[in-house]
Design a protein around this ligand. Sequence first.
Ligand code: BTN
Length: 248
Amino acid sequence: MKKLQIIHLESVGSTNDFAMALVESGVSYPTVVMADSQESGKGRLGKSWISEKGKGLYCSLILQPKLERNEIAKTTLVAGLAVAKYLEDIMRREPVELKWPNDIYFQGRKIAGILTESQFIPEKRAVIVIGVGINVNYENKDLRVGLNNPATSIKIINGSQLKPESLVEPLCWSIIEYVKRFETEGFAKLREEWRQRDFLLGKMVEMINVKKKIVKGRALGIDEDGVLLVEDSEHIHQILSGDVRLAK
Ligand code: BTN
């Protein structure tokens, strides 16, 4: 097994951006960039990610997996499994669930999020940057409406403080192990595991479609391509991206 290179920064704009710049200048795989705080932490769909010092883990793992280009998008789902399993192990609480496509939930609240970005290099395998933010020591008062909300943290759940940097190495090995499984076994088994952690499965959900209309339906889980299926009275919608929430 290759060694994991860890780059620990005090503060950075976004560990994902820093990691992406490293890819361009040349870096060994696996490398992880972690920061004590981020000035402009990025979430999915242009949202920001609160990144206060000492309260969360903010890291971006750079990998070059042996995967076809059309498999790369599923690495977010695979990394989600790894983060969920890792959180269950350290919190000794079950079940940690996954909300499609990139949210990690515990008891209906978000505890972590993943932002995967990729770089396709001509005639080489794609490089991925798996950005993970985990709410470690945040208190309820820190997790205000609109910021990673409804949210929770390891401290809120377990009552004890952890050093965010102590999580980075075991977390990365958990992700590396899952990505290896994806390379060698394919997605089918992992999809089954995902289904068991699927927070939305069977629930009524809503989302905004391309015509800016609210679509409501029952979540049927993910298909073999990692696409979310939502059934309404007319048909089964394939949700490729966007924000899905529980229906009001
Ligand atoms: C989300 O839930 O929308 C994704 C959140 C991802 C946050 C992490 S923190 C480390 C890495 N750097 C970033 O700027 N974002 C990711």
